[in-house]
Design a protein around this ligand. Sequence first.
Ligand code: B1M
Length: 210
Amino acid sequence: MSKLAEVVDLVERGKSKLVGAAVQGALDEGTPATEILNGMIDAMAVVGERFKNNEIFVPEMLVAARAMKKGVEVLKPHLASGSTATNGKVIIGTVAGDLHDIGKNLVSMMIESAGFEVTDLGVDVAPEKFVEAVKADPEVKIVCLSALLTTTMPAMKTTVEALSAQDFRGSIKIMVGGAPITQAFADEIGADAYTADAASAAQKAKELAA
Ligand code: B1M
């Protein structure tokens, strides 16, 4: 089994203690960091499919998530471009009611490495918290919202509405994303941009801040 295949297998099985060494092994074999990341993302999709089919349950999803986080820790220095540019300030969070943070953390990491200063409000973030965070720092240029559940898509809408009701709306851009989010939904709720993955989120942030 190649080291990359081992990483994928370990994430699927939630073996967080072993993943770090396997990721390092894959890097040592010359596997590009993005390929390893994509392998781990695919592993999480497999985990999600098994959950949907009732083959595994929430605890198994949780350990797989922990394993992926361990892998990303080792990968992080190899993914970040180390850009020293200062493109501005970004606030990011997962919307109210939603505890998924792996995708949000990847978006945060990629945007940071694209030269932004990122404040991560965490998960289950109420609309008012996003509003307060922007009010507290007039230099914020972009607010990034992540949602992984169809049931928390309305919270994303409410958050965009809360931000749009503020005087500062004209000076910030709102970016949205997450597995159930689409361009059509982003348009419907009045977000400025939707991107499907972390790398394109970083690219879009640069465009919006230019
Ligand atoms: Co949950 N979960 N989960 N879960 N979970 C999903 C999302 C699900 C699709 C699984 C399934 O049924 N197939 C399903 C949602 C179904 C739906 O809404 N239609 C689901 C469910 C149902 C639930 C619970 C309700 C289960 C329960 O309790 N009965 C529960 C809800 C808890 C809550 O949030 N209130 C729950 C709980 C959990 C855990 C806590 C156990 C764990 C999360 C741990 C954590 O994040 N720390 C978990 C996990 C791990 C998953 C799956 C398996 C993996 C998610 C993940 O990390 N993927 C997931 C299945 C799946 O996604 N196929 C599933 C990897 C990650 C890199 O991808 O987050 O999509 P993702 O991010 C991508 C893009 O979406 C994008 O960039 C990333 C890639 O580059 N992106 C953005 C994300 N945010 C962005 C923002 C942007 C731009 C792009 O701009 C701002």
